[in-house]
Write a protein that binds this ligand. Structure first.
Ligand code: TZP
Ligand code: MG
Length: 226
């Protein structure tokens, strides 16, 4: 499956970010605005509640032809049959997730260093989430803040190690105001980012459809060769 990683929405249902809005409506609006991947990230709900939300999200994403990935919870992804998972360095081993999901599902992995990025590629990751780019109130336990230049260093190392074809997005404090600078500043000579992953820039936005459209426009502009 060819996936467009241009604008990758990661969900958050905590009141500080979602406010009093409804997550399903916000995701629906973001899909209308053009997000290209949705990751359901929910650290708190019991499995049956997470499965119920994930099923609703999957109906929506399927109707827009967009993949739905589940953060951490491989069991939820297996149960609802969505397109894959996103796992961090402290979550399930990539090989174990692959065994549970099968060969055709998407496994994304967070990497904050060259070593983590290359070893995720070697273990069979389908794409990488690089970061944390900027410190963010959305995730306070981030290990390292690497900035766009840190992302560029990882992309260059991936290219040098023969992994130039792995898709990569970056995450952490990215929004419409810094999107163009992040995309430009994180590009290495032979490998650029495929897209931007955001939580609050869309979930906390007053108009999530407009926020998604705005980000997509910036990514498309950055991808047009000079
Ligand atoms: N992983 C690294 S930073 C982050 C995650 C899930 C949160 C990013 O949130 P925001 O609101 O886009 O800064
Ligand atoms: Mg995780």
């Amino acid at each position: 499956m060819a996936v467009d990683y241009s604008v990758y929405l990661v969900t958050d249902s905590t009141p500080a970010i979602l406010g009093d809005k409804d997550l399903i409506s916000v995701v629906e609006a973001s899909l209308r605005g053009g997000v290209t991947v949705v990751q359901y990230r929910d650290k708190h709900s019991a499995k049956e509640d997470a499965v119920a939300v994930a099923k609703k999200l999957h109906q929506l994403t399927q109707s827009h032809g967009v993949p739905l990935l589940i953060n951490d919870r491989v069991d939820v992804a297996v149960e609802i049959g969505c397109e894959g998972v996103h796992i961090g360095q402290d979550d399930m081993e990539i090989q174990q997730a692959r065994k549970l999901l099968g060969p055709n599902k998407i496994i994304g992995v967070t990497a904050g260093s060259k070593e983590e990025a290359i070893s995720a590629c070697q273990a069979g990751a389908d794409y990488l989430g690089l970061g944390t780019v900027y410190s963010t109130a959305t995730k306070k336990d981030t290990k390292s803040i690497i900035g766009p230049s840190g992302v560029a260093d990882i992309l260059a190392a991936l290219d040098a190690a023969g992994h130039s074809s792995i898709p990569a997005v970056c995450i952490g404090g990215v929004n419409a105001s810094n999107a163009s600078a992040v995309l430009a500043g994180s590009a290495s000579p032979h490998k650029a980012l495929d897209g931007l992953a955001v939580v609050s820039a869309i979930i906390a936005a007053a108009d999530p459809a407009a926020a998604s459209r705005d980000l997509l426009g910036k990514v498309i502009t950055a991808k047009i060769p000079d």
